[in-house]
Design a protein around this ligand. Structure first.
Ligand SMILES: C[S@@+](CC[C@H](N)C(=O)[O-])C[C@H]1O[C@@H](n2cnc3c(N)ncnc32)[C@H](O)[C@@H]1O
Length: 308
């Protein structure tokens, strides 16, 4: 089990509690951990309301934040063998906006000047969260509105089936932020000539134009499959995201050894990928089930195998 800070209620009670957070005892616990670990809490999964944890952390200690907060679906999602995930908001959109905004302010403070934040939402709340990010990070710090397109079961007869999430990326300081261009996929080469060794090229006035060997540059529309029901990656956590999504984000916006945080870590997808990619990591979740699942997942990854 990860570190526990304060008593954690279920998500409904947790949201209601936000008006009256009780950070004092938690703060001292988190500060102790932070001091012990060289000013930041590294390689821990903290069981807490993330606001309490973040408020206890020093400025500018994180290189990359990815968060996948509740989407205000007003549902409880369950899996056959996993825990329930409750996303009901008695106070409606105003309560949701306030919940997100206070946390974005802390995340902005925690990021280093070279840092980037990715906020994963869905079309129900993307426009609200984007305006909040504009407010907290500044319109000039906007990097991308990434469309994660996937195909899952279930279609609608009343509108086009909603098969994408939105991931909003903002820099802490535009221009200073880390960004490594990503390439993936194949070029359209139909109708092109091929050279003596079979490589396709475009004939231009200046000569032959060859394609990059790693494929085209990745754009802001990402076609990454959702986890299948039988995927080996599945942990049983209802809102688990695919590792391939996090791999792309971590490769693009961090370097080996950087500190990566996910303050709504759920089953620990971000942390697992960060660990494998030789990054430092910090996770937090208010659900004891999530922390337990994430901790077990991280424990299974014994060695960091990749140096970026
Ligand atoms: C959409 S899920 C994250 C799923 C995760 N990306 C994954 O791949 O498993 C959102 C998580 O946020 C957690 N959460 C909600 N409110 C929180 C809060 N105030 N502090 C910490 N965690 C919170 C929930 O318990 C849930 O696990």
């Amino acid at each position: 089990m990860g570190i526990h800070i304060g008593a954690q209620p279920n998500p409904i009670r947790k949201h209601q509690q936000l008006k009256d957070p009780q950070p004092l005892q938690s703060k001292s616990v988190a500060t102790k951990i932070a001091k012990k670990n060289n000013r930041t809490i590294e390689e821990q999964i903290v069981h807490a309301d993330n606001l309490t944890l973040m408020q206890s952390m020093p400025d500018e200690t994180i290189d990359l934040i990815y968060v996948d907060p509740p989407f205000m679906t007003n549902t409880t999602r369950a899996t056959t063998n996993g825990p329930n995930y409750n996303d009901k908001w008695a106070g409606g959109i105003e309560q949701y906006r306030e919940f997100i905004k206070v946390r974005l302010i802390e995340m902005h403070r925690l990021l280093r000047n070279t840092g980037t934040i990715y906020v994963h939402v869905d079309p129900r709340v993307a426009h609200h969260v984007r305006l909040l990010l504009d407010e907290v990070f500044g319109v000039e710090s906007f990097l991308n509105e990434i469309i994660w397109s996937y195909r899952t079961g279930g279609v609608s007869a009343k509108w086009f089936s909603r098969k994408h999430d939105t991931i909003l990326a903002y820099a802490k300081c535009m221009g200073k932020h880390t960004f490594n261009t990503q390439r993936s996929g194949t070029y359209r080469t139909d109708g092109l000539k091929h050279d003596e060794s079979g490589r396709p090229f475009k004939q231009t006035k200046k000569g032959r134009l060859y394609f990059h060997q790693d494929g085209p540059v990745v754009t802001d529309v990402w076609d990454i499959p959702f986890l299948s029901t039988v995927s080996l990656e599945r942990t049983g956590y209802p809102t688990q995201k695919p590792e391939a999504l996090l791999e792309r984000i971590i490769r693009a916006s961090s370097r080996s050894g950087d500190m990566i945080a996910d303050f709504f870590c759920g089953s620990g997808t971000t942390l697992a990928v960060a660990k494998r990619m030789n990054r430092k990591w910090l996770g937090c979740d208010a659900s004891p089930d999530a922390v337990e699942i994430a901790q077990a997942r991280l424990d299974r990854i014994k060695i960091a195998v990749e140096t970026a």
